[in-house]
Design a protein around this ligand. Sequence first.
Ligand code: ATP
Ligand code: MG
Length: 406
Amino acid sequence: MIYDKIIVRYGDLVMKGRNRNQFEKRMLQQIKLALQSFPTLTYVKTFGRMTISLNGESFEPIAERLKDVFGIISFSPVIGVENKLEDIQAAALQLMQGLEQTPATFKVSAKRAWKPFPHTSQEMNHLVGSHVLRAIAELKVDVRNPVVDLRVDIQEEATYIYNTVIKGAGGFPFGSNGKAMLLLSGGIDSPVAGWMAMRKGLELEAVHFHSYPFTSDKAKEKVIDLARRLSYYAGAPLKLHLVPFTEIQTRLVQAKQDNLMITLMRRAMLRITEELANRNGAGGIVTGESLGQVASQTLSSMNVIGRATVLPMLKPLLMMDKQEIIDEAERIGTFATSILPYEDCCTLFLPKSPSTNPNLNVVERAESYISELEQLLREAVERTEVMELTPDVQASEETAGEDRWF
Ligand code: ATP
Ligand code: MG
């Protein structure tokens, strides 16, 4: 194990006009949370980046975890040495000799961020390069397209030598951009939407509507698994609100507006979610909608559905193709769960020909005829069950019922 540290780089470009201090504090907090199973690591925050000392831990399992931390642009395993030429040369050679196989070509890219260092970047390229070349006979320099690009980063506190840059998840640290409610179905799309929203720094609480006993415990388990997976990315426990939706759906069916059924259901979902958002301090609603994917996801359907809430609707997948969404779902590890064949509450009540162009007046009138609708919405909120999910610990049921209404 030649590397003794990891350099983590995060959003210096994206932080313009933002509270940098707070951003960096969050970043550090999220990284520490993600790496809490490696208690020997130590952390030093420098400008726009962070250095983690491995203290004997191996890099790979830590890298696996760091890849999923939002806000990180990239990171590198490095050898850190004092700002002395001989030490830098020795470390560079050590790194090159420690590679799995000797590369045919290399170059040195030195960067002198700490100006008092006595040699310029150019000089360092030669001083380090020639030292390595003298020791490894078969190695050649190729400045255009080298197999190994050996970086020498001279900072005030130390010089870092490394040859790999691993891409991070990007975005903002979790929770640095406020909180929203995620409408989480058991499908492919909404978990991906949740991941994308979290990547942008949103803290999420998930809301799932079920039609027990028409939908099974298996369907519920599936959603719990998806929420648990999302909590891994959050690096924190994730709340899942399970809303009983059977009575509302049953009542909406009686309105005999078959082709508006989806519109009516979605509006009811949004109204309940808005109340849950108010109670939990969330300022937006995230969904997995993608333009044109199904009848309820036309522009005109979204218009009529969206009017049921005043909260901003956030739809990260809006412009993505299904295949792109599936690829993402596979990458974030939700796809296999999402395609388990359990009924969703909405597919149960799916009309033969859902309207792609619902009329707002007709929809509002249909709702106004259901005098007990408000009451049913209220009851659904009160009977909502809340779970707090963590990635590995068994789910624990926390509270049942919430105690205030619109
Ligand atoms: P998904 O794959 O996320 O289920 P979808 O392509 O099946 O999406 P719809 O079924 O029309 O599309 O649902 C659109 C969005 O509405 C979902 O992405 C999700 O955000 C929300 N939604 C649908 N059903 C539920 C549910 N039972 N509970 C919570 N949210 C839901
Ligand atoms: Mg669905």
